[in-house]
Design a protein around this ligand. Structure first.
Ligand SMILES: *Cc1c(COP(=O)(O)O)cnc(C)c1O
Length: 390
């Protein structure tokens, strides 16, 4: 799906969000792309393969316009959308890697990605080594003659580590590796990894890109050549995005910048409040000067995002008490929506991880992860304050 139509590449993000990818002329004059709830499209007299329109080929007008918009947001030549973030991740990894290949992966990646590497790719003969993505000195030793790619996340979960992304690109250039990043946490508002040199940027569009907690979707963004290869595998694996879900994501993403800028600002306020609050032992947020990678985050990102985590003095019992007392904030997994959510990673996102591994990564039972929404910041702080208690 090559970026085309309206919204030139010189436009700024807020303009691209509204106009990039939109068909010109508009379909039937409609400001929004209508939902093409169709699996059958007429062929021209002497059809070519490129004339075949079919949902699983992700080439309905809904897919085309949405993909072109998402590509433009990160300065990619092309993009393709998927039925979930995991469909984007699994399809992309299966495009870049084949049996016998080896992958370097940032440790602590998203649980679904971790499971896919451990349970599925290993069975397919594709091996990996986890590396500390903040420590470039450690990477050389993990390289093998068959290493093909380096996989990172913009900001890691739940400790909010920021990989040394510049060093990842330099290292990959020297060793001829394909670079893949999961940019879900940063969003194109805060970080455009392709500009830095990443080859492929992936998102769970279920989170910030859609932003309204009502659609599961994913996207892969990159060069036309790479996305064509991803699309080929995508056609076969079949994880296509339904046209109605395309429509909802297309609608949701238009307000991305408004939402994420607000979430950046509120989260920084909340992080500062928590850092000074009694009962809170530690706050993990790249926007705080106390964060170990604050300087790097400042240099790479234009905002620090809507995710943070904090550790309570009283450990697990204090975290359980805190969660039982929240009123406005929801106790729920997932992230990136309009409503503020909290969870305990040891119970939800990292429940499958061995206790020693949790301890090594600093994931304690008193750790609370928070996805900050767009509510009034003072109302959120008031809810946190009453839930933290005296
Ligand atoms: C949620 C998430 C995913 C998986 O996306 P789904 O849409 O749930 O398949 C991948 N990476 C990150 C960072 C996520 O938060």
């Amino acid at each position: 799906m090559t970026a085309a139509s309206s919204g030139s590449s010189g436009d700024r993000l807020s303009t691209l969000l509204v106009h990039a990818g939109e068909p010109r002329p508009r379909i039937g004059g409609a400001a929004n792309v209508p939902i093409f709830q169709n699996t059958v499209f007429e062929l021209p007299g002497e059809p070519e393969v490129s004339d075949i329109i079919y949902p699983r080929l992700s080439n309905l007008p809904n897919h085309r316009a949405l993909s072109a918009k998402l590509a433009a947001l990160e300065g990619g030549a092309a993009a393709t959308v998927f039925a979930s973030g995991m469909a984007a991740i699994s399809t992309s990894l299966l495009t870049v890697l084949r049996a016998g290949d080896h992958l370097l992966v940032q440790e602590g990646v998203y649980g679904g990605t971790h499971g896919f590497l451990m349970d599925d790719l290993v069975e397919f003969g594709i091996d990996h080594t986890f590396v500390d993505a903040e420590d470039p000195a450690a990477w050389q030793a993990a390289l093998t003659p068959t290493t093909r790619a380096f996989y990172t996340e913009a900001i890691s979960n739940p400790m909010m580590q920021v990989a040394d992304h510049r060093a990842v690109i330099d290292f990959a250039r020297v060793h001829g590796l394909v670079t893949i990043i999961d940019n879900t946490f940063a969003t194109p508002v805060n970080f455009r990894p392709l500009w830095l040199g990443y080859d492929l940027s992936l998102h769970s569009a279920t989170k910030y890109l859609n932003g309204h907690s009502d659609v599961a979707a994913g996207v892969a963004i990159g060069s036309a050549e790479l996305i064509e290869r991803v699309q080929h595998r995508h056609d076969h694996l079949g994880g296509c995005l339904d046209p109605h879900a395309c429509f909802l994501l297309h609608r949701g993403v238009k307000t991305l910048e408004l939402r994420v800028r607000r979430q950046n600002a509120t989260t920084l306020n909340i992080a500062r409040y928590l850092a000074g609050r009694s009962g809170v032992a530690r706050v993990h947020y790249p926007g705080l000067e106390s964060h170990p990678a604050h300087a790097r985050a400042r240099e790479l990102f234009s905002g620090f995002g809507g995710m943070l985590s904090f550790e309570l003095d009283g450990g697990g019992p204090a975290a359980a008490r805190f969660i039982s007392r929240i009123r406005l904030i929801l106790h729920a997994g997932s992230l990136g929506g309009l409503e503020t959510l909290v969870t305990r990673p040891v119970q939800i996102s990292h429940v499958g991880m061995a206790p020693e591994e949790q301890a090594r990564l600093g994931i304690s039972s008193g750790l609370v992860r928070m996805s900050v929404g767009i509510e009034d910041p003072e109302d959120l702080i008031a809810d946190l304050d009453q839930a933290l208690g005296g």
